[in-house]
Design a protein around this ligand. Structure first.
Ligand code: NAP
Length: 350
């Protein structure tokens, strides 16, 4: 059997595309990813980047309050054990993703916990292959595989992920552990400037650790950071090690000079934010869909989620290196579903 529409990815874009295509009776199938060690290390497990965050305070519709009753009524108890504790909060990233997944399921979406490892887009219906070796065909594909934050790759970074190590200040910056405490941001691009500025709302001091003596960031963003009295820049420096312990998580960093490698300095900090860019998850496409110079999928037609291959649509962070928000990903997932539905209908596939 050839699928009508296959959705690859299980973040807000993928689940929104699933909700819409399921309600349009296209009987969608979602490949949500596989629970492999490689995916864990890369940050590409099922439910995407949001499953790696804590509170989500900016997704409309989830104000601060007691979510217990609602969550108990919507998500099976055995799926909630790793989520935020009951009680007053907005919604956590994992909760939001489980809610979207459940909503997609409620409308009949079929979900496969596996990765798509390769595709053949040279002819329709398209051919797809999974990590477990299954091969199948699909008339339309919605790519919603997202992007993953880049980390430096230090073992000490990995050891304290979610316990002070983060790649998203907007997601995690307001957590109690960062309030009135020093934190560090690594990077010299616009993201690093934005994250550092944002973190000054909460932290006592924000150190920007940058490997060169000038920023890559746009002048306006760099100046804003340089003029912020709570931000101190450590130029020509890299992170040697993230310091911490089991009880407290991150307690500081040791930085090393890129000019004189014998010089190190230890900074106390409760937070470490990597802002050294993102990598879109497009390896499985093997260059068959047009991407921009940073590897993100291109939408050749304005306001449409079409890709360079007819019948293949893209939504969410895999096609967005600019906004990268849960709500914008969800919005483009909806657009991809509607684009796919109309395209399938024009092909006589309903
Ligand atoms: P980016 O512009 O690629 O900057 C990455 C930064 O991380 C660079 O300063 C780079 O250093 C540093 N870096 C990379 N690998 C490193 C490593 N291994 N060790 C130490 N440092 C490393 O990425 P971005 O800041 O995420 O921005 C991505 C895009 O989004 C840009 O086009 C940006 O303009 C845009 N953006 C815009 C806004 C806004 O306008 N509000 C906000 C955020 C992002 P070098 O400089 O030495 O290479």
């Amino acid at each position: 059997m050839t699928e009508k529409v296959t959705i690859i990815g299980s973040g807000p874009a993928g689940w929104t595309a699933a909700i819409y295509t399921a309600r349009a009776e296209l009987n969608p199938i979602v490949y949500e990813g596989a629970f492999t060690e490689e995916n864990r290390q890369k940050g590409t497990l099922p439910l995407g980047q949001l499953s790696l965050t804590t509170e989500v305070e900016n997704f409309p519709g989830f104000p601060f309050g007691d979510m217990t009753g609602y969550l108990d009524s919507s998500i099976a108890k055995d799926k909630r054990q790793y989520m935020a504790p009951h009680g007053k909060h907005g919604v956590s990233g994992p909760e939001l993703m489980e809610l979207m997944r459940q909503q997609a399921t409620n409308f009949g979406t079929r979900i496969v916990t596996d990765d798509i490892v390769s595709v053949d887009l040279s002819q329709r219906p398209f051919k797809l292959k999974t990590l477990s070796g299954e091969e199948f065909t699909s008339h339309a594909i919605i790519i919603a595989t997202g992007a993953r934050a880049n980390y430096l790759g230090l073992p000490s970074e990995d050891a304290f992920k979610n316990r002070g190590v983060s790649a998203c200040a907007v997601c995690d910056g307001a957590l109690p552990r960062f309030r009135n405490k020093p934190v560090v941001v690594v990077g010299g691009g616009d993201s690093a400037m934005e994250e550092a500025n944002f973190l000054t709302k909460f932290a006592s001091v924000v150190y920007i650790i940058h490997r060169r003596d000038s920023f890559r960031a746009s002048r306006i963003m760099a100046e804003r950071a340089l003029n912020n009295h709570k931000i101190q820049v450590k130029w020509n420096s890299t992170i040697d090690e993230v310091l911490g312990d089991d009880k407290n998580g991150v307690t500081g960093v040791r930085i090393r000079s890129t000019v004189d490698a014998s010089k190190t300095e230890t900074l106390e900090a409760t937070g470490y934010f990597a802002a050294i860019g993102h990598t879109p998850n497009t390896d499985f496409l093997n260059g068959q869909v047009q991407t921009n110079e940073k590897g993100y999928i291109v939408w050749p037609t304005a306001h449409r989620t079409y890709t360079s291959v007819e019948g293949v649509f893209a939504a969410g962070d895999v096609a967005d290196d600019y906004f990268r928000q849960a709500i914008t990903a969800a919005g483009s997932g909806c657009m991809a579903a509607l684009d796919a539905e109309r395209w399938l209908s024009a092909q006589g596939i309903e």
